[in-house]
Design a protein around this ligand. Structure first.
Ligand code: UFG
Length: 330
C-alpha cells in the first residue's frame, strides 16, 4: 500500500480525499496543525499533528512514512479575511508552501498535488474559464495560490519536481455515507448559510447583490461536489505515480448556478423557506465564474458524478438538521 502525505487532511476537502484515497488502496498520512481541521475527520490513516512551516517535524514525518506523493491542502482559504489580514495568507499559504516544497526536495519526495483555486483567474474575460485564461487574481488569497503554482513550476525546472495543480471552483456537499461533513467556523459559504437559514439556525440569508448583469441579477458560481473533487485528487495522484506530465486543471461541474437558483433548489427539496435579505454586493465578487473542465476530463478521466445541485443539497442538508426525501431527488 503506497502512503500519501496529505497536508490539511483533517479539513473539509482533505478529509473527503483521504476517504477516497483509502478506498482506492492508498494509506493517507494526514499532516495537519488542526487550526481549522478536525481530529475526528482523520479516520483512514495516521494523524501527524504538525505545522507545515515546521520543517524539522515535516522532514521527520516524511522520513517516517516514506510517502510516494504529497497532496497539499493546508492553507487559509477565506477570501474576505485575506483582504483584511493578508500577512496570515502569505505566511500560511506562501511561507507554508515554501517550507513544504523545500522539505520535499530535501527528502526526495518529488510528486505534488496542489490545491489551487479559480480565485487565480480574478474576473474572467470569457466564460467558461479555460486554464489558459489570464491569471489576474483580485484578492490576496488568489495571489497566494498563484504564487504556489509559480513556485511549483520553478521547482519543476530546477529540482525535477512533478506536480498537478488543481484549480477548484466552489466545493460543496458532503460525503454520501454521512461520515464526513462541512464544518467551517465561521461558516461563510453560500450553500451552508442558506441551509442554516432554512433550518432557522440563522435569522436570514444575506444575498450579496441582486443587480448583477446575470439573468436573475444574482452571482453565478460553479458548485462541485466534494466527493467529485476528492476523486479527482486520487486520479491526480495516479497520474503522477504513472509518470504523467506536469499539469494544471480546473475542477468544477462545468455548469453555472445563481444564488437565486441555489435558494430555489433548497426550498424545493427541503420544503422550507429560506428567508433572505438583499444586501449590497460583496467586495471582490466576480459576477459569474464557471469552468471548462475538458483538461481534467481528458487528462485525469474526471467525470463529475454528484455535482448536480440536488445531490449537493441533499448531502449537505443533514449537517444542518434538514432531511430531504429521496423521492424528491432526480
Ligand atoms: N453569497 C451570498 N450570501 C452569503 C454567502 C455567499 O449571497 O451569505 C454569494 C456570494 O456573494 C457569491 C456566492 O454566494 O456570489 C458564493 O459565495 P461563497 O462565499 O460560497 O463562495 P465564493 O465564490 O466567494 O468562494 C469560493 C471559494 C473560495 C474561492 C472562490 C473563488 O470558497 O475559496 O470561490 O472565487 F477562492
Amino acid at each position: 500500500m503506497d502512503n500519501i502525505l496529505v497536508t490539511g487532511g483533517a479539513g473539509y476537502i482533505g478529509s473527503h480525499t483521504c476517504k477516497q484515497l483509502y478506498k482506492a488502496g492508498y494509506m493517507p498520512v494526514v499532516y495537519d496543525n488542526l487550526a481549522t481541521g478536525h481530529e475526528d475527520n482523520v479516520r483512514w490513516g495516521p494523524l501527524v499533528h504538525g505545522d507545515i512551516r515546521d520543517r524539522d517535524q515535516l522532514r521527520h514525518a516524511i522520513k517516517r512514512w516514506q510517502p510516494q506523493c504529497v497532496i497539499h491542502f493546508a492553507a487559509s482559504a477565506y477570501v474576505g479575511e485575506s483582504t483584511v489580514d493578508p500577512r496570515k495568507y502569505y505566511n500560511n499559504n506562501v511561507a507554508g508552501s515554501l517550507a513544504l516544497l523545500d522539505t520535499c526536495v530535501d527528502t526526495n519526495l518529488r510528486n505534488v498535488v496542489f490545491s489551487s483555486s479559480c480565485a487565480t483567474y480574478g474576473i474572467p474575460s470569457k466564460l467558461p474559464i479555460t486554464e489558459d485564461s489570464p491569471l489576474a487574481p483580485i484578492n490576496p488569497y488568489g495571489r497566494t495560490k498563484l504564487i504556489g503554482e509559480m513556485m511549483l513550476q520553478d521547482y519543476v525546472d530546477a529540482y525535477r519536481m512533478r506536480y498537478v495543480a488543481l484549480r477548484y471552483f466552489n466545493a460543496a456537499g458532503a460525503d454520501l455515507d454521512g461520515e464526513l461533513r462541512e464544518k467551517h467556523d465561521p461558516e461563510t459559504h453560500l450553500i451552508p448559510r442558506a441551509l442554516m437559514a432554512a433550518a432557522g439556525r440563522i435569522d436570514m440569508l444575506k444575498v450579496f447583490g441582486d443587480d448583477y448583469e446575470t439573468p436573475d441579477g444574482t452571482c453565478i458560481r460553479d458548485y462541485i461536489h466534494v466527493m467529485d473533487l476528492a476523486q479527482a485528487h486520487v486520479s491526480a495522484v495516479e497520474h503522477l505515480l504513472d509518470g504523467g506530465k506536469n499539469m494544471v486543471a480546473n475542477l468544477g461541474s462545468g455548469q453555472g448556478a445563481s444564488v437565486k437558483q441555489i435558494i430555489d433548489t433548497i426550498e424545493r427539496l427541503t420544503h422550507r423557506r429560506v428567508p433572505v435579505q438583499c444586501e449590497p454586493r460583496r467586495a471582490g465578487d466576480p459576477p459569474a465564474l464557471y469552468s471548462d473542465v475538458h483538461t481534467a476530463t481528458s487528462e485525469l478521466k474526471f467525470m463529475p458524478r454528484f455535482s448536480d445541485l440536488e445531490t449537493i443539497i441533499r448531502t449537505a442538508a443533514p449537517t444542518f438538521g434538514l432531511e430531504v426525501a429521496h423521492e424528491l431527488v432526480a
